[in-house]
Write a protein that binds this ligand. Structure first.
Ligand code: NAP
Length: 245
């Protein structure tokens, strides 16, 4: 089995790449940071793993990566992130645009690039890393949450198109995951602000998400898990907000 993991240079993607490698798969890792990819290869020992740098926010990256890697059995669309936590009226338009490129467009185009081959071979699995932010709104979540809602609905619509083709599709939607660069990226390198997000609580780990990816990938081909929503025990749902005079 050959699995391509996007965003494998950090956090959840790195854990997924390692986990699928441990499961005996041939892993193709990608991200923009070449040094991180080399470190990942060194960490697992070099065999059964290859890496290609790619900036998936560029529209031509998907087709080009697909040509480079050749056929794969599993596509893990994990690369993504949130940029900023400002209310919509103060958010940066370029942050919104970048979030749409990496969380929406890249997921769609990469999936589109690999699907014809999977359908032709009558087997394949696409695992998208969505987020509970795609289902539950929170202040400042604006475009990030909307992008993850796209990932969820895109996954379900893919399922509708792919029924009977042998190609399966799953959206895994984690809540707060610590030990990644997610919050540091969201707060543009402000590590203090990023650390405060997880203060006094026990977030999911990247390995927890990787465990679920491994579980989904190991199921018999007759089983399609549509969505999995997972949260830390310490996380819950916000109450409705009421603005009072
Ligand atoms: N952490 C959480 O609480 C949480 C919760 C729910 C869902 N998620 C989702 O889980 C996924 C992984 O996030 P994470 O927490 O592991 O964050 P992370 O540590 O910041 O990892 C993000 C990954 O995406 C890659 N990436 C970002 N922009 C890219 C681009 N333009 N081209 C190619 N790769 C790009 C990064 O690689 P390079 O910088 O090397 O390109 C990095 O490997 C994301 O989709 C995120 O939305 C995270």
């Amino acid at each position: 089995m050959k699995a391509l993991v996007t965003g494998a240079t950090s956090g959840i993607g790195s854990a997924i790449a390692k986990r699928l490698w441990q499961d005996g798969m041939e892993v193709i890792a990608t991200g923009r940071r070449e040094k991180r990819l080399s470190e990942l290869i060194a960490e697992v020992g070099g065999s059964r793993i290859t890496a290609y740098t790619a900036d998936l926010s560029l529209p031509e990256a998907a087709e080009s990566l697909c040509e480079t890697t050749g056929p794969i059995d599993i596509l893990v669309n994990n690369a993504g992130g949130a940029f900023g936590l400002e209310p919509a009226q103060r958010a940066s338009a370029s942050d919104w645009s970048e979030m749409i490129k990496i969380n929406v467009e890249a997921v769609a185009l990469l999936t589109r690039a690999y699907l014809p081959g999977m359908v032709e071979r009558g087997s394949g699995l696409v695992i998208n890393i969505g987020s509970v932010a795609g289902e539950f709104p929170y202040p400042g979540g604006n475009v990030y949450g909307a992008a993850k809602a796209f990932v969820r609905q895109f996954s379900l619509n893919l399922k509708a198109d792919l029924a009977g083709t042998g190609v399966r599709i799953t959206d895994i939607e984690p809540g707060m995951v610590g030990g990644t660069e997610f919050s540091a990226v969201r707060f543009k390198g402000d590590l203090e602000k990023a650390a405060a997000v997880y203060q006094g609580m026990n977030p999911l780990t990247p390995e927890d998400v990787a465990e679920v990816v491994s579980f989904v990938a190991a199921l018999p081909s007759r089983v399609n898990i549509n969505t999995i929503s997972m949260m830390p025990s310490d996380q819950g749902f916000g109450p409705f907000f009421v603005s009072r005079q």
